[in-house]
Design a protein around this ligand. Sequence first.
Ligand SMILES: [Zn+2]
Length: 278
Amino acid sequence: MPEGPEIRRAADRIGKALVGRTVVDGRWPFPTLSDKTHLLLNQEVIEVTSKGKAMLIRLDNGWTMYSHNQLYGRWTVHLNTTAVNSKRSLRAEFITERHAVRLWSATDIVLLPTHEEGGHPFLAKLGPDVLDDTVTESALTDRLAGPSCYRKKAATLMLDQRAFAGLGNYLRSEILHEAGVHPDDRPCDLSHETVVAWGQAIKRITVRAYETGGVTVPASTAEQSKARGEPRRRWRHAVFCRDERPCLTCGDLVLRKRYAGRRLDFCPTCQPPRRLTS
Ligand SMILES: [Zn+2]
């Protein structure tokens, strides 16, 4: 599933085509939109943004189209003169004077008043969006140390959208390695310094992935891994998809564990368990 950085990059791409433009044509065959075409047509798009893994397209008439791609949804952006053949089901289409923006296959789409976005069942439960400029490293540290997170396992916290919106599987492994946190540890098991490092890593790694298109290591590290002939899925990360290989930091073997069926890669030396009781 795409994670927050991928959704935000998609929002940027869609925003470039739509923001400040009027929707001159389109199709909205999805049941929750099909009788609301009048709210979409001839409206100017004023903002396209993401919240966690949800996409929000805001219109100047005070309505917002909310969508969540789950595993299968897909956005495309073309010039409106380009013929597009797809076997996917069209869910929403926005045609401007120049572009055609389409959403395919997604099944979680609603139109709601912009001022009621916060009451949407998914958005209402979301924790702070890590990519939001107003969400600082220290706010993330405070959240880790706060009552909603303090006694929860790192492996669980780093996928819980109610704790931190936008994180997902590859970010989980990369953030915990960067911070030196064992996946079974909880914030309450750690020193204050480690919790601070964890808060910093949540912001730094997620922003880096957004800026680079999914690369979580510094450019120099990626270049060294590429020079060894590693494939992209491996050179772009420090531990994720690098199980059974030497840790780039310490040389110990990276291990893979599964938590609720989802893989987590970590280094037992860089991320020693600190939990005193189990
Ligand atoms: Zn290591």
